[in-house]
Design a binder for this molecule. Structure first.
Ligand code: ZN
Length: 304
């Protein structure tokens, strides 16, 4: 683990490419380099000080620590990556590619790509939530969010084709999660995210009816009767979580294309779930996920 208090100290510690490389090697391999091609565990270092060669007879390939990570095949300096990862995970509402390009002196196109790759480090494993879980749905959409009410009402007559439904989950005293609802029903999304020993708290939307037969408990919050808080029965936490998502999207990114929305959701949830962690701890945590690279093709592929 590296000790630093803020971005300035991080950049002073990680200004040199060699030091950055050793730091990434430590975070990724913890002293035991693994070949990313065949998972062979006995590579040796070549004289250039950064390339490893696999000893496995069937492999014998060369690699550096960035192969198979979000930084693979990137011309951007490792020190710039480190700063970008810090900034992206520390800023409460994220950072736009335009701002990051100015802050780090890279093109906006590079900054956009760096940010998408950094977001990939923020996906968390989907383990089912338990105990008491607040569930709610919201609609995230392009420019409509900024329209006046009359205009919005008029547009809604034409349906919500521009809006993407997102379901939010908050386990009381646990983690929060945002899931873009695709073709699944509301109940299917709930089933995929919550263990059936949990008590589920939803609003009175008809799509949630019947959950009481599948879960330990199902409590309803009736928004229209303004009984917003009644014992354990409230969804204020998940509603607050949605407002963070919306502030992130409309405050920082202005508009998000539906095919990338799930990444912004993961980013928001990641920051929310690590909100009590210090910025430097969050940076080290994020760096531990450095494996797993988002290829350009994966990133730009069309969503059907
Ligand atoms: Zn190998």
């Amino acid at each position: 683990m590296m000790n630093f208090k803020n971005l300035k100290e991080l950049m002073m510690n990680l200004s040199d490419e060699k030091v950055c490389r050793e730091y990434v090697e430590q975070m990724r391999w913890k002293g035991n380099p693994i070949c990313p091609h065949c998972k062979g565990a006995n590579p040796y270092k070549l004289k250039d000080g950064k390339t490893y060669r696999c000893k496995e007879k069937t492999c014998k390939r060369d690699f550096t620590v960035t192969v198979g990570t979000i930084m693979e095949n990137s011309k951007i300096a490792l020190s710039t990556w480190m700063a970008a990862i810090y900034i992206c995970s520390a800023h409460k509402k994220g950072i736009s590619s335009l701002q990051l390009s100015r802050d780090l002196g890279i093109t906006q196109k590079s900054a956009w790509f760096v940010l998408h790759r950094v977001r990939q480090l923020m996906g968390e494993p989907i383990d089912k939530m338990d105990s008491i879980v607040e569930v709610d749905e919201t609609y995230v959409g392009g420019k409509w969010e900024n329209m006046n009410r009359g205009k919005l009402k008029e547009m809604r007559k034409y349906g919500r084709e521009n809006k993407v439904p997102v379901m939010g989950f908050v386990q009381r005293d646990g983690k929060a999660r945002l899931t873009v609802i695709g073709k699944d029903s509301f109940k299917d999304v709930v089933r995929k995210n919550i263990h059936n020993s949990a008590t589920v708290i939803t609003d009175t939307h008809l799509s949630y009816q019947g959950l009481k037969f599948e879960f330990a408990g199902h409590e309803f919050v009736n928004h229209s009767q303004s009984e917003y808080r009644n014992g354990i029965t409230y969804t204020n936490t998940v509603e607050g979580f949605f407002s963070i998502l919306k502030r992130t999207i409309f405050g920082t990114y202005h508009q998000v294309s539906p095919k990338h929305l799930h990444r912004y959701c993961e980013e928001t949830a990641y920051r929310y779930n690590t909100r009590k962690v210090k910025d430097n701890e969050r940076f080290n945590l994020t760096m531990q996920n450095v494996e797993g690279r988002l290829t350009y093709n994966n990133l730009i592929q069309k969503v059907n």
